[in-house]
Design a protein around this ligand. Structure first.
Ligand code: ACO
Length: 399
């Protein structure tokens, strides 16, 4: 018989850390984050500088390849992404199979996974050329199918990428251009979106990114790994919080703007309600992205001339929570999702597309982390457990 204790000695002790609150899963050169000081840097550059001075494709290149691109490299990157913005027509059959009421994140996860079937060679990333090809393909096709999830929900014809326009402008066109109504780009809207995508582009080993690395560690292809990341992001404790925040703010507004009642609910341990957009696993002082987004929300709404009572409710709620002993004692501050929805709403993005917006922004981070994991030749992810179930039982069918 196997001596279980001897086996345990051989395999060593197991560290139990539910939710990986203190466990590192890898080494990484991509994103630096200091939760106490509220610092976030991509490849050594501060998030504040990048949000102000760079554009989304530049930041994507930086995250994925490690250095800021030269003007020529950036142009080439754009050209190479454009080569992959056509999506196989047969993908439309899959979209047709979904009900119009389907949540765009569910459709996006399914379509991203389906890309593997139409691009079987994209799982080969054995050399730099193949890796670059997979990166550009993912950046190109993901943007298009992300917008198709919205077109499907509206019953609109699907749009195609316009190679004469930039990446972020294309997003707006793909979403909103109708055969009877050409999309007129608004530079304020495009700039605001660009900034939001940059702020979401990477955040080290969060739930969806860890999922992408974990799935990829079995050498599953990039599309399959990204699809898993989309599913992980969808949850309301992660990226799905941006939709939940806006729904919460709308509910508070509809109920007369009583923010105190919602604060009390969030503090009540018998009530599962949490203040959405508050708290973070790593940031225990403030989320630097939330600071930038709050400022951007004020600016965008003022420039577009939007007077949204929801913004006032958000500010009131934030001010009350920051003064509240419960929130202070637990270091709960607004996170990236608290104000982003207010900007999306002002830009005309429907609420159930908010998490898709997050996914588009996070895509270069997922790709960069997946690429790093493959290049580091990391072993397959396989956590251990502490078994707490029954010991050996005699088999007897219940009567
Ligand atoms: N409202 C009320 N109480 C909260 C909140 C909140 N939003 N967040 C945490 N708490 C409380 C918890 O109840 C717990 O209280 P206790 O110590 O009395 O039991 C304490 O603060 C610590 O919370 P944990 O759940 O242990 O913290 P964890 O690090 O596991 O969770 C999380 C972090 C998931 C972000 C949490 O703060 C939360 O649920 N926030 C709301 C959802 C949200 O905004 N998610 C987006 C996160 S950012 C992102 O993913 C992009």
């Amino acid at each position: 018989a196997i001596d279980i204790n001897k086996l345990r000695d051989l395999t060593g002790a197991i560290t139990l850390d539910p939710g990986y609150k203190n466990s590192g899963s890898c080494t990484s050169k991509i994103t630096f984050l200091d939760g106490e000081l509220g610092i976030l840097r991509y490849r050594g550059y501060s998030i504040e500088d990048l949000a102000e001075k760079a554009d989304f494709l530049e930041v994507s290149f930086l995250l994925i390849f490690g250095e800021l691109p030269t003007a020529a490299q950036l142009k080439q990157f754009e050209v190479d992404i454009r080569k992959h913005t056509l999506v196989n027509e047969e993908m439309k059959n899959i979209i047709d199979g979904f009900p119009r009421t389907a949540h765009p994140m569910g459709v996006l996860a399914a379509l991203t996974s389906a890309l593997t079937a139409f691009n079987p060679k994209s799982v080969n990333v054995d050399n730099e050329k193949e890796m670059y090809h997979a990166v550009c393909k993912t950046m190109g096709k993901f943007l298009v199918i992300a917008t198709w999830t919205y077109r499907k929900s509206m019953g609109y014809p699907l749009n195609y990428y316009d190679n004469t326009k930039g990446y972020v402008e294309n997003f707006m066109r793909l979403m909103f251009e109708l055969p009877t109504e050409p999309y007129k780009p608004n530079p304020i809207v495009i700039d605001a979106l660009d900034k939001l995508f940059i702020l979401h582009a990477d955040h080290e080993q969060n739930c969806s990114t860890s999922t992408v690395r974990m799935v990829g560690s079995s050498h599953a292809g990039l599309f399959a790994s990204i699809s898993a990341g989309v599913s992980a992001l969808w949850g309301p404790l992660h990226g799905g919080a941006n939709q939940a925040v806006l729904e919460m703010l709308e509910e508070i507004h509809a109920n007369g703007g009583d923010t105190d009642a919602y604060l009390a609910k969030a503090k009540d341990k018998n009530d599962p309600f949490r203040l959405m957009g508050f708290g973070h696993r790593v940031y225990k002082n403030f989320d630097p992205r939330a600071k930038i987004i709050k400022k951007a929300a004020n600016e965008v709404l003022a420039t577009l001339g939007v007077d949204d009572p929801i913004l006032e409710i958000a500010k009131k709620l934030e001010a009350a929570a920051l003064e509240d002993e419960y929130f202070k004692a637990r270091n709960l501050y607004p996170n990236v999702d608290f104000y982003s929805g207010i900007i999306y709403r002002a830009l005309g993005i429907p609420t159930d597309m908010f998490t898709v917006m997050f996914a588009i922004g996070r895509l270069p981070g997922w790709i960069a982390q997946w690429k790093e994991m493959r290049e580091n030749k990391e072993p397959i992810g396989r956590p251990r457990q502490i078994y707490t179930g029954e010991s050996l039982r005699d088999f007897k069918k219940p009567e």
